[in-house]
Design a protein around this ligand. Structure first.
Ligand SMILES: [Zn+2]
Ligand SMILES: [Zn+2]
Length: 107
């Protein structure tokens, strides 16, 4: 496979296992155990562009009180054309996962 796949969590490139599940490739990183899936041809829903960056996005739930807790992460493809601001925010906060634009139950 000529495409280099890196773990979005730990940047591992060697110990990646993949299994095809229909159109989507399910990937597992043996280095850190992160699992994600890769759409072979992800497209931006706004502009249809293919310059997408796989960012780690936080799955957030409201915990006790007013605290928001991160319950997991998933890969979210950010368009390098339409989501420049979101991408910049993501890179600025790395290695923290991208927080959703709208927090559940946030004021
Ligand atoms: Zn990894
Ligand atoms: Zn776009």
């Amino acid at each position: 496979m000529p495409i280099e796949i890196r773990c979005p969590e730990c940047d591992e490139a060697e110990a990646i296992r993949g299994s095809e599940d229909g159109e989507v490739v399910a990937l597992t990183c043996d280095a850190c155990g992160f699992e994600w899936s890769r759409d072979p041809s992800p497209r931006c829903r706004s502009c249809g562009g293919t310059d997408l960056f796989p960012a780690i996005a936080a799955i957030v739930e409201k915990g006790r009180g007013t605290q928001l807790s991160i319950v997991g992460t998933r890969v979210e493809y950010l368009c390098e054309t339409c989501q420049v601001g979101t991408l910049a925010r993501y890179f600025k906060n790395r290695p923290n996962p991208l927080m959703p634009d709208e927090l559940p139950n946030a004021r």
